[in-house]
Design a protein around this ligand. Structure first.
Ligand code: NAP
Length: 311
């Protein structure tokens, strides 16, 4: 247990957190950055990124986040691998307590805790999570070499994961509850052009089926909601990609949140309902949720924190 004091405390190590760190460090604010349990943030659960400016070909998200971390450290951001579990924004310096029982006192705080994957919340999903069901193709796709897998969802994440999984899997079935995909057109085209991918529209997962001892996923029972027909498709792996929820439980009762739990910020600003506390990236962005936007937002939060500290 230790006590740390800083002008700026950054919570989170995604594009928003690291960019806030780079800007705050270059402004002479000697920021402390607490990485959280998912170092590099949610982006690292996508395998590749093509739309982050500065790269003329697909880049590994792990590599991108590694570069951001090194850039932040190069400018003097002190990174601590710990997770904030308690905050008190009622008085200054603000106080945050970590899972490792460290205490962080800071004159301003930048929250960049991002958002997390959602699950379908059916009982068989809970049973097979980690035993065939995953929310991260980058992490787990490799285990399904030459096997049949399924992806659930119709957004960009689902489309990217489905395409990525064709690098390993024998076949990929994309299961989507509507008759149109939400994914960008370029990704939809990639899906349709890939002979390994089959799309099941208007379909929902009723049950994940597999062996009990050891726990092992083998198939998915899916139902077509238009004609009510069910079928069982073979799948050794299932990747749930049905969106995200903001990581804001920690701030309930401390900061103003919107109906979906995202941190509310002032128009054109990262300022939260508490003066000196700023929010950046996906934790305050239910609409765009892009790495580049999160990074820009981190820069904005650091500039605003610097101006706040000058007063
Ligand atoms: P998303 O865009 O919110 O899509 C979630 C998908 O899951 C939707 O198709 C939704 O269906 C479906 N879904 C939600 N709840 C479900 C449930 N209970 N059962 C079955 N299906 C369910 O989430 P995302 O794909 O994770 O993307 C999040 C954000 O990150 C988006 O803004 C996306 O553009 C961005 N992103 C961008 C990239 C990129 O540009 N390279 C990559 C990944 C993500 P409905 O369509 O019926 O609502």
């Amino acid at each position: 247990m230790a006590e740390y004091r800083s002008k700026v405390l950054i919570i989170g190590s995604g594009p928003a957190g690291y960019t806030a760190g780079i800007y705050a460090a270059r402004a002479g604010l000697a920021p402390l950055l607490i990485s959280g349990s998912e170092v590099g943030g949610q982006l690292t659960s996508s395998p590749e990124i093509e739309n982050y400016p500065g790269f003329n070909q697909s880049s590994s998200t792990l590599e991108l986040m590694d570069i951001m971390q090194k850039q932040a450290m190069h400018f003097g951001v002190k990174i601590i691998n710990d997770t904030i579990v308690e905050t008190d924004f009622q008085h200054r310096p603000f106080e945050c307590v970590s899972a490792n029982h460290n205490i962080f006192l800071a004159h301003s705080v930048i929250i960049a805790t991002g958002s997390s994957a959602k699950w379908l919340d059916i009982s068989s999903e809970t049973k097979f999570r980690g035993h065939g069901i995953s929310a991260c193709a980058t992490c787990d796709g490799f285990f399904y070499r030459n096997q049949d897998v399924a992806v659930i969802g119709g957004g960009n994440s689902a489309a990217e994961e489905a395409v990525y999984l064709t690098n390993f899997a024998h076949s990929v079935t994309l299961i989507h509850r509507r008759d149109t995909l939400r994914a960008d057109k370029i990704l939809q085209d990639k899906l349709r052009k890939n002979p390994k991918i089959t799309i099941k529209y208007n379909s929902v997962v009723e049950e994940f089926i597999g062996e009990d001892d050891p726990l092992l996923l083998q198939a998915l029972k899916i139902r077509n909601i238009k004609n009510d027909k069910t079928e069982t498709i073979s799948a050794a792996g299932a990747f749930v990609a049905v969106g995200h929820q903001p990581n804001t439980r920690l701030f309930e009762g401390q900061l103003q949140l919107d109906a979906k739990g995202y941190i509310t910020t002032a128009p054109d600003s990262c300022a939260t309902s508490i003066e000196g506390v700023f929010a950046a990236g996906d934790v305050k962005d239910p609409i765009f949720r892009q790495a580049i936007i999160a990074a820009g937002s981190g820069a904005q939060a650091a500039i605003e924190a610097g101006r706040f500290l000058q007063h």
